[in-house]
Design a protein. Structure first.
Length: 108
């Protein structure tokens, strides 16, 4: 298969960036589950003393993940998730944590 611009045709820019620059290919990210996200949220709360938000940065338990990326996957339905949710909604539905409760520290 002949490609263009020096590529062999069986590749793509995302694949080349992943291979040569170590930039993760978003199309090949692992699938997510609600159960897995909740486990990360529980661990975050146990460690940090508060529930995560979409602005909580990188996950300690999964350094290649960011809470903002999980939130987006929940919102738009990526990586095996159905969409139509968010980190805030998930915590409210599954852990009964309202917005005001998420802001409070368990250590206070």
């Amino acid at each position: 298969v002949n490609g263009i611009r020096g590529l062999d045709g069986r590749s793509s820019l995302p694949r080349q960036l992943e291979k040569r620059r170590g930039h993760p290919n978003s199309a090949r990210r692992p699938r997510l589950t609600v159960r897995g996200i909740l486990a990360w949220a529980d661990a975050h709360r146990a460690r940090e003393g508060k529930w995560p938000t979409c602005q909580s940065g990188a996950l300690v338990d999964a350094p290649d993940e960011r809470w903002s990326n999980l939130d987006k996957a929940l919102r738009v339905g990526r990586r095996g998730l159905p969409g139509g949710s968010s980190i805030a909604q998930l915590l409210d539905e599954k852990r009964r944590i309202s917005r005001n409760e998420r802001r409070k520290s368990v250590w206070a």
